[in-house]
Design a protein around this ligand. Structure first.
Ligand SMILES: Nc1nc2c(ncn2[C@@H]2O[C@H](COP(=O)(O)OP(=O)(O)OP(=O)(O)O)[C@@H](O)[C@H]2O)c(=O)[nH]1
Ligand SMILES: [Mg+2]
Length: 376
């Protein structure tokens, strides 16, 4: 039996094990679904009127990975499998105090590990901007406040309970203190991630799944020929909690590009001076924000990019391939992917003495290729 398979989904590479989940939010008509489609290759309904998305949609985004392609080019496997992110496209949020659909789905957002916030900067008369405006800084501030208010509600409820629990059981005092500290920050309209929290404090927050503690990637949807795109992104970065990533892109160009084959795609993006495309940066930023790293397995059947938490040991990584490999782990044969590619493949790397034998407690490095020796 494979591990971690309770929700096996199909993506462009076939079945995958979900590793990280990202919810896409934003004000009405800002291009959320367009970004979702570009990332997933799906064709969810988009429309030039607000609230065109009324139910959450799920999809799978491939993590763009030139090294995986290079590995496949030397190994010639039957199949190449990319790492993935699970995306959730949510109905529009409203500004604090206004009516929106997204508020109903904040429970779904709490289940996500990271949040991608789409902000509208593009001007287009055919796409009304009445509810969002085209000032991304102002939208970011409104959404930060909305998320902080949602957390504030949850923390207020918890705080009362926590005080009672602490009065009855002294061991619960640190948790009550932590919740009170979180409440104070949220009451100022600030995100919980704008300061560091101890492990005890994080544990106290865990069940509340606070939205403002989740890593956020801000996606500024700009006009494709906007000469100010960089300045706009910098202004957003200054307005959001330090450490959040901001990416500027043109969602509808990216969506169009995602439907093309790789050559035409490169040509289109090149034509707009967009290089490899901003979507790769969005996925990468999310991946980094979640402290995920990639390791690879390579064989004649498939080369496979797999995701693990930074700091994971070899045995745990083996469990991502197959639970038998984790249980019966003997050793890992490990080599950085760059070396494998430079040596013309795994066999070449072995012959050149580049492959090292590692035990179960070896801390995996980003980009390791691993062959697991195991017995069951
Ligand atoms: N000009 C321009 N139009 C865009 C861009 N991105 C999206 N649109 C258009 O804007 C409209 C709204 O896009 P959606 O992706 O449906 O926006 P949304 O945020 O999901 O909208 P709701 O789900 O209704 O809140 C559609 O007509 C898109 O084609 C862009 O970068 N430039
Ligand atoms: Mg939508």
């Amino acid at each position: 039996m494979l591990t971690g398979t309770p929700r096996r989904c199909k993506d462009r590479d076939g079945y995958h094990q979900p590793v990280a989940t990202v919810g896409i939010i934003g004000l009405p008509n800002v291009g959320k679904t367009t970004v979702f489609n570009a990332l997933t290759g799906l064709q969810a309904h988009t429309a030039p009127h607000p609230f065109s998305t009324v139910e959450p949609a799920v999809g799978v985004a491939r993590v763009p990975d030139p090294m995986l392609e290079a590995l496949a080019a030397v190994e010639h496997p039957e199949k190449t499998v990319h790492a993935t992110l699970d995306l959730l496209d949510l109905p529009a949020m409203a500004r604090p105090g206004a009516a929106g659909l997204g508020g109903r789905f904040l429970g779904r957002l709490r289940e996500m590990e990271a949040i991608a916030v789409v902000l509208r900067s593009f001007e287009d008369e055919t796409v009304p901007a009445d509810e969002s405006g085209t000032n991304p800084v102002e939208q970011a501030e409104a959404l930060l406040l909305e998320l902080a208010l949602a957390d504030l509600e949850v923390f207020s409820r918890k705080a009362e309970k926590a005080v009672k629990e602490a009065a009855a059981d002294a061991a619960k005092k640190p948790a009550a203190t932590a919740v009170a500290a979180g409440l104070e920050l949220l009451d100022q309209g600030r995100a919980l991630r704008s300061r560091a929290w101890s492990e005890v404090e994080q544990a106290a927050f865990h069940d509340l799944a606070p939205l403002t503690l989740k890593p956020a990637v801000w996606v500024v949807n700009v006009d494709e020929d906007d000469p100010q795109a960089r300045e706009v992104a910098d202004a957003v970065a200054a307005a959001v909690p330090a450490g959040d990533t901001v990416v500027a892109l043109s969602a509808h160009i990216e969506e169009e590009a995602s439907r093309l084959d790789p050559e035409d795609r490169a040509e289109l993006l090149e034509g707009f001076g967009l290089g490899e495309g901003a979507l790769a940066r969005v996925v990468r930023a999310t991946y980094d924000a979640l402290h995920l790293i990639t390791f690879y397995t390579a064989g004649p059947k498939e080369v496979h990019a797999r995701t693990i938490r930074r700091g994971a040991h070899a045995r745990e990584a083996a469990g991502k391939i197959h639970s038998d490999m984790e249980r019966g782990f003997i050793r890992g044969e490990v080599c950085p992917i760059g070396e494998v590619v430079a040596c013309g493949g795994w066999d070449g790397a072995k012959a050149a003495g580049k492959v090292k034998v590692e035990g179960r407690d070896y801390v995996m490095a980003d980009g390791d290729v691993m062959l697991v020796r195991f017995s069951v």
